[in-house]
Design a protein around this ligand. Structure first.
Ligand code: SF4
Ligand code: SF4
Length: 165
């Protein structure tokens, strides 16, 4: 049905626009402004602890994507030497199954989520690139003792509540 008053629709639209114009923003200005992510974030990188790793390959066997490549040699006392350990993050879906499966706590998911690359080949990480280091932040995913040390997740809802108080 057509409106009886010419321009009523425009006026309604303008009123709605004005209402939203003065409303408190409910989004953040990423990347300038960031909220803390979940402590159990499955960030887009795997972190490998070479010292703890025994080369058992349980992680590779549990990966549904076949994203982990591991080559081992037989060393002294029948222990494995990890010659090659690589992850193709282009195939990885960051499901965390390898982290859960590792019997020696040698694999972690990262706390970072801004690791996109321009080139496909840069997504393939070798042993050196996967090594744990102080600059890499480990996620608390499947690591309760690490989880407790991470900052609490901030939500927009919480921030709004704090501003009101
Ligand atoms: S996180 Fe999932 S997909 Fe990625 S390497 Fe581990 S098991 Fe495979
Ligand atoms: S499951 Fe853990 S210990 Fe075994 S090869 Fe993978 S990272 Fe190393």
């Amino acid at each position: 049905m057509q409106s009886r008053f010419f321009g009523l629709g425009i006026a309604k639209g303008m009123a709605l626009t004005l209402k939203h114009l003065f409303r408190r923003p409910i989004t953040t200005q990423y990347p300038e402004e960031r909220l803390s992510t979940s402590r159990r974030i499955r960030g887009n990188e795997l972190i490998w602890n070479q010292v703890k790793c025994t080369g058992c390959a349980t992680c590779a066997k549990s990966c549904p994507q076949g994203a982990i490549e591991i080559v081992t040699l037989r060393g002294e006392e029948n222990k494995y030497i990890v010659e090659k350990f690589g992850v193709d993050s282009g195939y990885c879906i960051f499901c965390g199954l390898c982290v859960e499966a590792c019997p020696y706590d040698a694999l972690y998911l990262s706390y970072d989520y801004e690791l996109a690359r321009y080139r496909r080949r840069e997504l393939v990480k070798d042993k050196e690139a996967l090594l744990a280091s102080p600059s890499k932040r480990v996620s608390g995913y499947y690591q309760p003792e690490i989880e407790q040390t991470l900052p609490r997740q901030t939500l927009l809802l919480d921030r709004e509540k704090e501003e009101r108080e």
